[in-house]
Design a protein around this ligand. Structure first.
Ligand SMILES: NC(=O)c1ccc[n+]([C@@H]2O[C@H](COP(=O)([O-])OP(=O)(O)OC[C@H]3O[C@@H](n4cnc5c(N)ncnc54)[C@H](O)[C@@H]3O)[C@@H](O)[C@H]2O)c1
Length: 374
């Protein structure tokens, strides 16, 4: 297995810098590439020097540790300087043509056995790597925001990813104190299809008796989380939420999986440039009216989770672990189904199918589904 010592990062923005910081803090040398000298300096100051100096000031880190971490990271504007890297993680902006071009450049500049991965949120890895020689060394390595805090990493095998590459990425993730799960190349991979369909279904209820505060509260109670789905959507930005929703609909709505449409409510809010107002009025008290939303949310989560497992995108065990780690749900979809009983889960799945959100998963198609084996 390839021994990774030096890590390259393409794009030192929100995600790239956090990935680099995480690696440097865990003993790796990091070389990051940015577009020009000005960005090299400003990104390093913003994402490395400032947060670490703050930790030192708060007594959470020693000056010596800060110096060591900073000293392990250096920047460049030239692909040639990435030759020394054993693994290169691309975290440039989410534009397909740009990413394909970057991977072509990396393939020309680096030795044939350098592992090359993308942190893309939405694009298929196989497509991004079409200009890379020796695609066996390519894969996806999908971190979650904020990448130096959130512990989940999806290790994404595309058709041509070799076992050696996969094993090196699992070892690298663990060395960085991450929780890696194994995922097949699929639109949005494993966790995002669940999160994105959840907010699309929830957003569609907005209006009439359901205000934002009510939907936030219902999502908190249904999933047992402190911060509900409306809150998390605000965190990632409604532009990201809207575009990611459209991308998933494009990939999946007409497939044998299906996907809920992007509701006008989300489109309008994104276009207004505002965020969801989480305190827009009193929370609806009527339990029956609240249950309609909660059941619809759960039905959709159960549908997409079942489809992901049936398509071999991810195992039930890894998906459960991934949802609990990345989204901080105390219970994953399969535990939720098992605990409420498969009969009750079936009723909610049926409703999500009748609403046109998803096609019926195989497990629920034949009347008497068995509990999930985790
Ligand atoms: N932000 C999130 O929550 C999140 C979560 C998971 C994955 N992602 C994915 O991570 C990637 C980066 O997202 P981000 O939020 O960090 O974006 P960002 O805009 O904060 O950072 C991107 C950086 O890439 C740099 N860049 C662009 N082209 C480059 C090139 N050719 N060479 C070197 N640097 C280049 C830009 O200057 C910028 O600093 C995207 O693919 C995104 O979909 C984002």
């Amino acid at each position: 297995m390839k021994d990774v010592k030096t890590v390259g990062i393409i794009g030192f923005g929100v995600m790239g810098a956090a990935i680099g910081l995480n690696a440097a803090a865990n003993g790796y040398r990091v070389v990051y590439k940015e577009l020009n000298d000005e960005l090299l300096k400003s990104m390093f100051d913003k994402f490395v020097v400032k947060p670490l100096a703050k930790r030192v000031g708060q007594g959470k880190m020693t000056q010596a540790d800060m110096d060591k971490t900073c000293g392990a990271i250096r920047g460049t504007t030239a692909y040639d300087d990435l030759k020394v890297c054993d693994l290169i993680i691309e975290a440039a902006v989410e534009k397909m043509d740009l990413k394909i071009q970057i991977f072509g450049e990396l393939s020309k500049a680096c030795p044939k056995d350098t592992i090359i991965v993308s942190n893309t949120s939405t694009f298929l890895i196989e497509k991004l790597m079409e200009r890379v020689d020796n695609p066996a060394r390519t894969a996806g390595l999908h971190y979650f925001f904020p990448a130096n805090v959130n512990r989940l990493v999806e290790v994404i095998n595309q058709k041509k990813t070799s076992d050696e590459t996969y094993n090196a990425l699992m070892a690298f993730s663990k060395q960085n104190k991450k929780v890696p799960i194994t995922v097949k190349d699929f639109p949005g991979f494993a966790i995002n299809p669940i999160f994105i369909s959840s907010y699309l279904v929830l957003n569609a209820f907005l209006g009439g008796k359901y205000n934002v505060a009510t939907l936030e509260k219902i999502s908190q109670e249904t999933l047992g989380v402190k911060y509900g789905i409306m809150w998390v959507q605000n965190g990632s930005g409604l532009g990201t939420a809207y575009h990611a929703g459209n991308s998933m609909v494009e990939y999946l709505a007409k497939s044998d999986i299906g996907f809920p449409p992007v509701p006008d409510q989300l489109k309008k809010m994104f276009e207004s440039g505002k965020l969801w107002n989480l305190e827009d009025g009193p929370v609806l008290e009527n339990p029956a009216e609240r249950r309609v939303v909660g059941d619809s949310l759960l039905g959709s989560i159960f549908c997409i989770s079942s489809h992901l497992v049936e398509k071999g995108v991810v195992s039930a065990k890894d998906l459960e672990l991934g949802v609990c780690t990345a989204l901080a749900w105390p219970k994953g979809p399969f535990t939720l189904m098992n605990e409420m009983g498969m009969n009750e889960a079936s009723k909610r799945v049926k409703k999500a199918v009748e609403a046109g959100y998803f096609k019926m998963p195989g497990k629920f198609a034949s009347g008497d589904p068995k509990p999930w084996n985790l």
